[in-house]
Ligand binder design. Sequence first.
Ligand code: HEM
Length: 155
Amino acid sequence: MNDATGKDDQFEDRERVETLRLVTNKGEDVEGNLYELVGGKKFFENLCIAFYAGVKDDELLRPMYPEEDLGPATLRLQLFLEQYWGGPKTYQELRGHPQLRMRHSPFKINPAARAAWLKHMRKALEDQKLPPLYENQMWAYLDRAATAMLNTMED
Ligand code: HEM
């Protein structure tokens, strides 16, 4: 779809939403350091393990993951989320700039794939029993980021 700039990409310019967080002009995180507040590394590890436990048996999603072992994918997601929420920058050190839309371009991410991904993430997040304020903040981001990852509307 052409927009006013003439760019032929209806999903253009979403990369910033996915991988960067807002900071104040003093450099403080607008959303607070959620990494610490939710319990640090262990929280993200548990979240991602629970998420991939759902993906493992998902007929739509499982075939998308190229590796037999979902362990490395679990760790990549964990490290990315840790970094995003104000934790260590290990993801960036190992993988470089996240460029998540680009990294997802080989996969067909339509609304059904997005819904399946979010279903497992919702369950995984609820399993962690966070205080509602933190859970809501995290969910709002994940939901938004999953929308940004859409790259086709075709079935
Ligand atoms: C909307 C539905 C989504 C689908 C179907 C999907 C699917 C995938 C697949 C198949 C991979 C490759 C597995 C790997 O080698 O790591 C992947 C990687 C990854 N995904 Fe997603 N994803 C979705 C949304 C998201 C969202 C919302 C985030 C972040 C909030 C995310 C973060 C990541 C990260 C960090 C990687 C590893 C990138 C790398 O370093 O190579 N994904 N995803």
